[in-house]
Write a protein that binds this ligand. Structure first.
Ligand code: NAD
Length: 377
């Protein structure tokens, strides 16, 4: 394993992207040494940085680099203030991120939502609702459903009335492949630090939507292939409530695209700062390797960009997910998560997770947090 090289395309993007990417690369270099691995990391511009460098949010050379890489470590793109004359379709959010998702058919979005006890103060829920800490995984279908279904139109009837149509479409195979991702994740019990509890909660609206009926049937069928995983179904409206009433009941939440978009942001709010939430967007497994794009759940944070105060943990944990899902480096993944946890336990806090009432907490900047995590490795 020591001689194997993993090729990584590092696309930092805009705003805080380059600041937090620097820290993630620093951590990867430390992991490389510790585990005698070889990461071939190539940085390339994307987003407004891509437009500035090559006239495109996803320059051809950046896309070419991604195609020959084993995984993409992505920062964030977008700057709402920049040049309003550039149409939406050419702006970074669509022209870079949506295009990459499509290009690599990244149909599975995974977002681990973990609240450690030391950070209980950043959770908006009362202590008793947090139990012994929150720890679940949202698995969201990313390339189907209402966002892509046809017809998708807007008509003008000319009498002051308009009509907009979006269509929710899922096929059996689209549901099957995302269900497999969720069941496999739920089975990852105690596999080198991934502490799943062997339970999938599948979210749908089977009482009203035909899509919900199909979703429930197909997920139930796939569930029979995973006898070690408990499956429950939950209506999406109830799930939205249960996430704030009793988030500790969840292990893996399986959602279609629209429901997953909403519930995964609600879930991220439970841990108080976007700076703590990583994500993985995965394609189909080929020869035991999964191509993926790994990025923080948050955006470019224009309000704090350039000040060296952004929390790099979401970016660093995204790099850790890359080691887990694309490279099968379980021990290296685990050691990054433990190092992050140890830095938190030792009281290191960026501004977004700092509690002035905690006498053990020390407020530090982006670089110092990266250094603390490297030191804890
Ligand atoms: P945002 O996520 O950038 O910021 C929301 C809030 O969270 C801000 O207060 C910000 O300071 C804070 N925050 C986010 N990440 C943080 C971190 N690492 N450390 C500390 N605080 C952090 O959302 P927004 O302001 O709505 O969007 C800004 C830009 O980012 C927009 O152009 C948007 O389109 C883009 N965006 C990009 C992505 C992506 O690239 N995947 C995702 C979301 C938003």
């Amino acid at each position: 394993m020591g001689s194997q090289t993993f090729n990584i395309a590092a696309l930092a993007g805009d705003g805080i992207g380059p600041e937090v990417m620097r820290e993630a690369i620093k951590v990867l270099r430390a992991v490389e040494k510790k585990f005698s691995l070889r990461f071939d990391i190539t940085e390339a511009p994307v987003g407004w940085a891509g437009i500035d460098a090559a006239g495109q949010a996803l320059p051809d050379a950046t896309l070419a680099l991604c195609k020959k890489s084993d995984a993409i470590l992505f920062g964030s793109v977008g700057s709402p203030e920049r040049d309003p004359t550039i149409p939406k379709a050419e702006r970074p959010e669509r022209a870079a991120l949506m295009r990459l998702r499509k290009e690599f058919e990244l149909f599975a979005n995974l977002r681990p939502v973990i609240l450690w006890n030391e950070l209980a103060h950043i959770c908006p829920l009362t202590k008793e609702r947090q139990g012994d800490g929150i720890d679940f995984l949202v698995v969201r279908e990313l390339t189907g459903g209402m966002y892509f279904g046809q017809p998708k139109t807007s008509e003008d009837f000319g009498d002051g009335q308009r009509r907009a149509i979006d269509t929710m479409v899922y096929t059996t195979s689209e549901i099957e492949r995302i269900a497999h991702v969720a069941f496999r994740a739920a089975e990852e019990r105690l596999k080198s630090g991934v502490r799943r509890k062997g339970k999938v909660t599948s979210i749908d609206k089977a009482n009203v939507l035909e899509n919900g009926v199909l979703w429930r049937e197909v997920v139930t069928n796939i569930g029979t292939q995973y006898p070690n995983v408990a499956l429950e179904h939950m209506l999406v409206d109830n799930a939205a409530m249960q996430l704030v009433l009793k988030p500790t009941q969840f292990d893996v939440l399986l959602c279609e695209n629209l429901f997953g978009d909403i519930l995964s942001d609600e879930a991220a709010a439970l841990i108080g700062s976007l700076g703590m939430v990583p994500s993985a967007s995965l394609g189909a497994a080929k020869e035991n390797r999964v191509f993926g794009l790994y990025e923080p759940a948050g955006g470019t944070a224009p309000d704090i960009a350039g000040k060296s105060v952004a929390n790099p943990i979401a970016q660093i944990l995204s790099a850790a997910l890359m080691l887990l899902y694309s490279f099968n480096l379980y021990d290296a993944h685990h050691s990054i998560v433990e190092a992050v946890r140890n830095a938190i336990v030792a009281g290191q806090r960026t501004g977004d997770i700092f509690n002035p009432a905690d006498p053990t907490a020390r407020k530090i900047g982006t670089r110092e947090m990266g250094d603390a995590i490297v030191a804890a490795l």
